[in-house]
Write a protein that binds this ligand. Structure first.
Ligand code: ZN
Length: 246
């Protein structure tokens, strides 16, 4: 079994399509670490695709906000107006789907998926010390998370923790060999709104048999995604930041 692992699509259909083209024929199942919607202009298409094609998914903070079940007072002004716009375009059925997404960590076949941190789905797992402290909570030696929009993650060994780097700007992929003496917290990066300085859509492929995680980046039709954001009347910053991956 080979897995395509994605996170933080954020209603960016162009980025999602590029990921699927790039990973075609290389996976049997898709799992998602949440934040399907919010920020981008294609929430309905992304939700429809997810319902059809993703075998397991956890909810993200934007999914909760766009389901109308979360207080959005703490969101930035751009995130808040994107959430309100998304709530307005979703059908009751789509909103119900978002509302019923499970909270992570969720157990998959030999691994776990979560949105934020093992102990708190809304926490940004950016600090290696925090990753090291929370790794024992996990029930598997490998877990996939998102929320930070930064590709990489952490390798936790009893003696310490190492930060995993993203794919380099001039490359398309790199392969991490998983080790039996480590707990691996893997962040595939964000499909639809990367914030690690690389504008390309991020994802990873996981092969339990080969014990590898392949980190990837895929260039996508950025201009179309940006045009849709402008046309929808969403805050311009949400389009502009896509060009720089910040
Ligand atoms: Zn997100």
């Amino acid at each position: 079994m080979r897995y395509l692992v994605i996170s933080d699509i954020h209603a960016n259909l162009e980025a999602l399509r590029a990921v699927l083209d790039s990973a075609r024929g290389e996976h049997d199942r898709v799992v998602s670490c949440g934040d399907l919607v919010g920020y981008g202009a294609d929430p309905v298409a992304v939700l429809d695709w997810t319902r059809e094609n993703v075998s397991q998914v956890v909810r993200g903070n934007h999914d909760k906000a766009c389901a109308g079940s979360e207080d959005i007072e703490w969101f930035s002004p751009a995130a808040r107006s994107a959430a309100l716009w998304t709530i307005a375009v979703l059908s009751p059925e789509h909103a119900a789907y978002l509302r019923n997404l499970p909270k992570g960590p969720v157990q998959a076949d030999g691994f776990q998926i979560l949105h934020g941190a093992p102990l708190d789905e809304d926490e940004y797992l950016v600090n290696p010390v925090s990753a090291f402290e929370q790794a024992p909570v996990l029930e598997s030696a490998i877990a996939f998370f998102g929320h930070t929009h930064v590709q990489g993650g952490f390798r936790c060994h009893p003696n310490g923790v190492l930060r995993i780097p993203p794919v380099r700007a001039e490359e398309r992929e790199w392969v991490l060999n998983l080790r039996d003496d480590e707990t691996s917290l893997i962040n595939p990066g964000s499909v639809g709104q990367p914030r690690d300085g690389d504008w390309r859509a991020a994802y990873c492929l996981y092969s339990p048999e080969e014990r590898t995680v392949t980190y990837r980046r895929a260039a996508y039709d950025l201009l179309s995604a940006q045009r849709k954001i402008y046309a929808a009347g969403l805050p311009h910053i949400l389009a502009e930041r896509l060009s720089v991956g910040r």
